[in-house]
Ligand binder design. Sequence first.
Ligand SMILES: [Zn+2]
Length: 174
Amino acid sequence: MEKQTPTRIAIHWSASNRPESCYHINVLRDGKVIHQAPPTERLPRHTKLRNTGTVAIAAIGMVDAIFEDFGKFALTNNQIEALCAEAANLVVQYNIPIDTDHIFTHCEAALTDGYGPYQGEPDLRWDFMILRPTVGIKTEKQAKLWASTTGRVLRTKIRWYAERIKERKAKDGL
Ligand SMILES: [Zn+2]
């Protein structure tokens, strides 16, 4: 096992029906959380060019989902909230800044690197571009706008959970 110091968080959905070993944390559609690997273990296959120091956290589901229809295994509210709460635990434990350099969706990372959902490839890397089915995403500009908006929503939720964790710790005198 190769070690790492956690400095970043990458947010994914799996496009699968079961927990995946390429992610550190798998969050199921009912909100149940499965810790697959410790954040201090380097996993080499989740986010191109960003695997080192990054903790991968994934919502399990979105099998056969498309922009306009998330299908039978759509993201759930419980799942999104549980994912953000888990990310907040990492933020507090490893003192990870809540900004786009340190907490990003796979889609944001892909778009930064010049590939992504607007290209119409089967392997889209559009995970967490949108939180609900959406029509009319055709261009790189539209994809980037959605991705950055969704990223901001997730980071805002993570900040909220992180503040609650810190308050609780302060109250408990930890
Ligand atoms: Zn991904």
